[in-house]
Design a protein around this ligand. Structure first.
Ligand code: NAP
Ligand code: MG
Length: 400
C-alpha cells in the first residue's frame, strides 16, 4: 500500500460521471493507495440542499490542501430547475471554483496507438491552455426592452468618472460588459510559459486584436511582455512563442502536427477544446487541469456528466462510457500530490495506472466511443467494445 502524506480534495459529481467515479475509486485507487480524501459532494442535489455552499467550501479546501480532483457536475438549465425542483439555477461549479482559485486550464488529449486521430496531420498532443478567469464567464448582462442609451461607466476611487457609449438603442436589444485583470492575464501567460518549459513545446497565443484594439490587444501585449521576461530560459529550452490571429490559427491548427501549447482566451479555449477533443477522438480521452497562480491544482475529465448514457444506466441497460479521462484526473492528482510532498512512489503509481489504461486499450479492450473510431462507424460490432464496468475491470486486472 502506498501512503500519501497529505490529503486530496475529492469533489463528487452527477449522473454517469458519478457512477464511473465510484468504480474508479473503489477498483483502481483505494486498493493501492492510502490517501486521506477530503470529500465534498457537488451533486446537484447537495448543491441545492446547501445553497451551493458546498462548492465554495470545496474551493476553499483546495486552497488548504493544494490538490483537488473533481467529477463532472450538472450545470442546471432552466428546464432542469423545474425538473429537479431546484431553488434556483445554480451556476456552474467549475465557474465558481475557477473564479475563486483563478488560473489556467490545460486540456490535453490522451493518445493510444490503435485509436486513429480524425485530423490526419496531428501526430502529437495539442495542449490547450485556457484562461480560466473572466470574459463572458463573469460578465454583467442586461436585456434592453425599450429605446435608451447604454454606457460603460468607470468610477475611479479618486478623480472623475470615465464613460463610453455602448449603444443608443431605438428598440429592444441586449448588452454585455466583461472584464479581465492584468494580474490574472499575467499569471495566465506565466502558467503557459511554465507548462511549455516543462514539456519543451512551443506556445501559440491567439486573439482578435485587429478588431478588439483595447481588450484583446491588452492580452497580446501582456503575453509579449512575459515572453520577453522569460526569453533566456525559453531560448535555452528551444521553446518558441508566436502570436496569431484566432481565425488564422484555427485554420493552421488543422494542418499542424501538434506538440504545442495553444494558449487561448476563456471563450475560445472553451470552444476549441471541444473541437480538439473531437479531432483527437473522444471526449472520454481528454483531461483537464487547472493550474492556479496560488499553487493550487485541480484535475478533472474535460467531458460532462454524459447524460445520455446515464439515462440508459437508469433504465437498467448496459452502458459503455469511457472512464479514461476520469482515471487520468485521479492519476494527475496523485502525481501532483507525490511531487508536492516528495513521495515518488505516488508518482510511480500514477504512471503505472496510466500505462495499464493505455495497455488495455492497445490490447483491444475499449469502450464503444473508441471502437467507433477504429471501425469508422457510429455502430461498431458488438464484440469490438466492452461495458463501462468491464473496461474498469480490465484495467484493474492489468494493474494487478
Ligand atoms: P457530455 O457529458 O460531455 O456528453 C456529450 C456526448 O459526448 C455524450 O452523449 C457522448 O456521446 C459523448 N461523451 C462524452 N463523454 C464521454 C465518455 N466519457 N465516454 C463516451 N462518450 C462520451 O455532455 P452532455 O451530456 O451534453 O452534458 C451533460 C451535463 O454535463 C450538462 O449538465 C453539463 O452542464 C455538464 N457538463 C459538465 C462539465 C464539467 O463538470 N466539467 C463539462 C461539460 C458539461 P454519445 O451520446 O454519442 O455516446
Ligand atoms: Mg466547452
Amino acid at each position: 500500500m502506498i501512503r500519501a502524506k497529505n490529503p486530496i480534495v475529492e469533489m463528487d459529481g452527477d449522473q454517469m460521471a458519478r457512477i464511473m467515479w465510484k468504480m474508479i475509486k473503489e477498483r483502481l485507487i483505494l486498493p493501492h493507495v492510502d490517501v486521506p480524501l477530503e470529500y465534498y459532494d457537488l451533486s446537484l442535489e447537495n448543491r441545492d440542499a446547501t445553497d451551493d455552499r458546498v462548492t465554495f467550501d470545496a474551493a476553499e479546501a483546495i486552497k488548504r490542501h493544494h490538490v483537488g480532483v473533481k467529477c463532472a457536475t450538472i450545470t442546471p438549465s432552466i428546464a432542469q430547475v423545474a425538473e429537479f425542483h431546484l431553488k434556483k439555477a445554480w451556476p456552474s461549479p467549475n465557474g465558481t471554483i475557477r473564479g475563486i482559485l483563478d488560473g489556467t486550464v490545460f486540456r490535453k488529449p490522451i493518445l493510444a496507438a490503435n485509436v486513429p486521430i480524425a485530423v490526419k496531420s496531428w501526430k502529437k498532443p495539442i495542449v490547450i491552455g485556457r484562461h480560466a478567469y473572466g470574459d463572458i464567464y463573469k460578465a454583467a448582462e442586461m436585456k434592453i426592452n425599450a429605446p435608451g442609451k447604454v454606457e460603460l461607466v468607470y468610477t475611479p476611487e479618486q478623480g472623475e468618472p470615465d464613460r463610453a457609449l455602448v449603444h443608443q438603442f431605438n428598440g429592444p436589444g441586449v448588452v454585455m460588459a466583461m472584464h479581465n485583470t492584468e494580474k490574472s492575464i499575467r499569471s495566465f501567460a506565466r502558467a503557459c510559459i511554465a507548462y511549455a518549459l516543462d514539456e519543451r513545446i512551443d506556445i501559440w497565443f491567439c486573439a482578435k486584436d485587429t478588431i478588439s484594439k483595447t481588450y484583446h490587444t491588452y492580452f497580446k501585449d501582456i503575453f509579449a511582455e512575459e515572453m520577453e521576461a522569460h526569453r533566456a530560459e525559453m531560448e535555452a529550452a528551444k521553446v518558441w512563442y508566436t502570436y496569431r490571429l484566432i481565425d488564422d490559427a484555427v485554420a493552421q491548427i488543422l494542418k499542424h502536427e501538434g506538440g504545442i501549447i495553444w494558449a487561448l482566451m476563456n471563450y475560445d479555449g472553451d470552444v476549441q477544446s471541444d473541437m480538439l477533443a473531437a479531432g483527437f477522438g473522444s471526449l472520454g480521452m481528454m483531461t483537464s487541469e487547472l493550474v492556479s497562480p496560488g499553487g493550487y491544482f485541480e484535475f478533472e475529465a474535460a467531458h460532462g456528466t454524459v447524460a445520455r448514457h446515464y439515462k440508459l444506466h437508469h433504465e437498467g441497460k448496459p452502458t459503455s462510457t469511457n472512464s479514461v479521462a476520469s482515471i487520468y484526473a485521479w492519476t494527475g492528482a496523485l502525481r501532483k500530490r507525490g511531487q508536492l510532498d516528495d513521495t515518488p512512489e505516488l508518482c510511480d503509481f500514477a504512471d503505472r495506472l496510466e500505462r495499464a489504461v493505455i495497455d488495455t486499450i492497445e490490447s483491444g479492450s475499449m469502450t464503444r466511443d473508441l471502437a467507433r473510431l477504429i471501425h469508422g462507424t457510429m455502430d461498431p460490432p458488438r464484440d469490438s467494445w466492452i461495458t463501462t464496468d468491464g473496461f474498469i475491470e480490465a484495467v484493474a486486472e492489468k494493474l494487478g
